[in-house]
Design a protein around this ligand. Structure first.
Ligand code: NAD
Ligand code: MG
Length: 397
């Protein structure tokens, strides 16, 4: 029986992970759950899974959990860190959205826990520091992002082989094939309707701008130690091939399955083994055809900005991520248009260069750059705008 902690249990990934736990009885014990403002769901999960510890970043949710009286309740960032480093935990699923996941995930690495990493922003913001800490402590970081889980699976057992390229697949999002002038008036509702995946609100918008793929390029760089010139992106709308590795001899190994995040989540949870009956079997004959094309950087400049941030290095990826979080929240709350998202990111990145950045990416410098970019991007987004937490609602297919 594996003791697991789920950071962000009320999110799309967190709920899918609990679904895997429920359907594989006797294999996992849920030691701790953490949520934020989704009080009802958090109470329901604690009632059902009976964790020792429940943490919420939100005081009102923490109070409700205390009244419920089932789990020991902790709150705030310190509470999240306590959950992330529980002494008897074997596996910590990092599934908080955004840079809010960094501190608890870093704490889990420091505590020597095996990590299942869904929270890609942790590596975008502080990949050098997190990977260095993980290496020095011998901590395994198992990817949960479907593309990175695919690459991880394509690399297994091929230690001596020379990698020529990693190719990440992208669905292309709901606006694949549209020209720039057709994107200005996109509404949040349209952007939240993803064609092949059911996900949280922030990553759904990131998928619509292709920033998600940009963040994944940076994530792949840190996880697999491959430079930006050897990480490619190909658009594959069917979302069946989850990513590929091209080797020195020209051979390409790809990983496929139906698009269902429970596959990648379960693989990280059971690694190095595989569980029984996690997702629907893939029937290629019913899928029919798989298509591939180049991404359109003109309509979706965020992908280019992410490559640029990775090449510039230092604290620039943290700035890119922070500006993106601000811009996505502003778009979701109706304060800015869809194409203002890349504009704000570009202006914030340019400002970071003018301000003397990027700097060496130590954890303190990264935190500083994140805070700087947050206030800089907020000023570009709208001085009077109130940000809305992209936390409560799920997007259904
Ligand atoms: P979501 O919005 O559905 O859930 C986010 C979770 O984080 C919730 O449990 C919420 O309570 C918690 N949270 C939000 N703000 C918080 C804060 N300030 N402090 C503490 N907790 C907070 O998001 P999601 O779609 O499940 O995505 C989670 C992470 O996994 C993201 O980094 C995303 O990029 C990554 N990911 C998601 C998918 C997917 O299919 N949903 C796929 C690959 C990677
Ligand atoms: Mg992904």
């Amino acid at each position: 029986m594996k003791n697991i902690v789920i950071l962000g249990s009320t999110g799309s990934i967190g709920q899918s992970a609990l679904d895997v736990v429920s359907t594989h009885e006797g294999q996992f014990r849920v030691l701790a759950l953490t949520g934020h403002k989704n009080k009802e769901l958090m109470l329901e999960q604690v009632e059902r899974f009976r964790p020792k510890l429940a943490a919420s970043a939100d005081p009102a949710t923490a109070e409700a959990l205390r009244e419920q009286g089932i789990a020991h309740v902790v709150e705030g960032v310190d509470g999240l860190k306590e959950a992330a480093s529980m002494p008897d935990a074997d596996f910590v699923l990092s599934a908080i959205v955004g840079a809010a996941g960094l501190e608890p995930t870093f704490e889990a690495v420091r505590a020597g826990k095996t990590i299942g990493l869904a929270n890609k922003e942790t590596l975008v913001v502080a990949g050098d520091a997190v990977m260095e800490e993980a290496r020095s402590r011998g901590v395994g970081i198992l990817p949960v992002d479907s593309e990175h889980s695919a690459v991880f699976q394509c690399l297994e057992g091929r230690g001596g082989n020379v990698i020529k390229k990693i190719v990440l697949t992208a669905s292309g999002g709901p606006f694949r094939g549209r020209a720039v002038d057709e994107l200005e008036d996109i509404t949040p509702e349209q952007a939240l309707r993803h064609p092949s995946w059911s996900m949280g609100r922030k990553i759904s918008i990131d998928s619509a701008t292709l920033m998600n793929k940009g963040l994944e390029v940076i994530e792949a760089h840190h996880l697999f130690d491959v430079g930006p010139d050897r990480i490619g992106v190909v658009v594959h709308p069917q979302s069946i091939v989850h990513s590929m590795v091209e080797y020195s001899d020209g051979s390409v190994i790809a990983q496929m399955s139906v698009p269902d995040m429970r596959g990648a989540i379960a693989y990280a949870m059971s690694y190095p083994g595989r569980m029984e009956d996690v997702i629907e079997p893939l029937r290629l004959a019913s899928v029919g055809s798989l298509t591939f094309s180049e991404p359109d950087i003109n309509s979706f400049p965020c992908l280019g900005y992410a490559y640029d941030a990775l090449k510039r290095g230092g604290t620039m990826p943290a700035v890119l991520n922070s500006a993106n979080e601000v811009a996505v929240n502003a778009f979701l709350s109706g304060a800015i248009g869809f194409m203002d998202i890349p504009r704000i990111i570009k202006k914030t990145m340019d400002g970071h260069i003018e301000a003397g950045g990027p700097w060496e990416p130590t954890l303190d410098r990264v935190r500083e750059a994140h805070a700087w970019a947050d206030s800089s991007a907020r000023a570009f987004a709208a001085p009077e705008q109130k940000t809305q937490e992209p936390d409560q609602e799920r997007v259904k297919k």
